[in-house]
Design a protein around this ligand. Structure first.
Ligand code: NAP
Length: 268
């Protein structure tokens, strides 16, 4: 799997799997937890090693257990999780430490590869002490990479005023219904790597156009869409409960779109 080097020198895969409906009734985000992690098992079997979870998905423990049970060595995985911007998790420094320790315990690991702040924290003091504790955990080796999610340009600027460690990743929505290119352009100038959540969301019209572009490469609309993002430097974390789709998404990495086709997709 092709990797991308982050601003801290660590390389991570360009493509991983989301997990926000894994381990839940009817594969629904708000569904009851049912312990069914077969979709994650199959993703790992297919070769996914970048796994994106979050405290708010309520499934860290199941994700950790599934990774452990896979028998694949821990060091092959890149586990991402996220701290919610709620007082319960970030009230003061000790609360943040308890939250991070709980993630380490849930994920059954000595270190977490990527820890993100899930949403902007409006309160300046809480943002500052949350980031400081994340930096502390980078220093003590319990977290390798820290970053943010859903941060606007303004949010990134606020963080930049006091951050000693720069965020390496900003995980944001990006798909043909909303590329979010203004934020993405800013992130590239600041050497903050964009990571796209919800990357598969699109319209029937876009699917038709992407399918047409894919014909000459023998690739589907979804593969063209994912390749467009990775080829322009964006990490993607598509989520699927279907093994064929999981495989197809990985196979988006084995071809290159022409410059002309990249431009056509820019215009969608
Ligand atoms: N940071 C944040 O605030 C935030 C917000 C939302 C999501 N996320 C993360 O991003 C991950 C991805 O986002 P998402 O799960 O919301 O949406 P997504 O990955 O864009 O879309 C998931 C949908 O796409 C379908 N799909 C996947 N591969 C396909 C393919 N090759 N062909 C056709 N359909 C395909 C899946 O159906 P099948 O199951 O039938 O394949 C599923 O219905 C999440 O799981 C989560 O980890 C983060």
């Amino acid at each position: 799997m092709e990797k991308v080097r982050l601003n801290n020198g660590i390389s991570v895969p360009y493509l991983g799997t989301g997990t926000n409906t894994y381990g839940k009734e009817n594969n629904e985000y708000n569904g009851e937890l049912n312990g069914d992690f077969s979709a994650l098992e199959s993703a790992i079997e297919c070769g996914y090693r970048l796994i994106d979870t979050a405290i708010s998905y309520r499934n860290e423990a199941g994700v950790g257990e599934t990774i452990k049970k896979s028998g694949v060595p821990r060091e092959e995985f890149y586990i991402t999780t996220k701290i919610p911007a709620d007082d319960q998790y970030i009230k003061d420094k000790d609360t943040v430490r308890e939250t991070l320790n709980q993630s380490l315990s849930n994920l059954q690991t000595d270190y977490i590869d990527v820890y993100l702040i899930h949403k902007p924290i409006e309160d300046e003091q809480k943002l500052r002490h949350t980031w400081e504790v994340l930096e502390e955990y980078v220093s003590n080796g319990k977290i390798k990479t820290i970053g943010v999610s859903n941060f606007s340009i303004e949010d990134l600027k606020r963080l930049d005023q006091f951050a000693t460690v720069k965020p390496a990743i900003n995980q944001i929505k990006s798909n043909p219904t909303h590329w979010n290119n203004e934020w993405i352009k800013y992130m590239f100038t600041e050497d903050i790597r964009p990571q796209a959540w919800g990357p598969m969301k699109t319209t029937d019209d876009h699917k038709k156009q992407l399918s047409e572009i894919g014909e000459s490469y023998n690739k589907s609309w979804s593969q063209v869409l994912l390749r467009y993002q990775t080829q322009r430097g964006i990490i993607v974390i598509p989520k699927s409960h279907n093994k064929d789709n999981q495989k197809a998404n990985l196979e988006s990495m084995d071809f290159l779109l022409s410059e002309e086709d990249m431009k056509k997709i820019d215009q969608l």
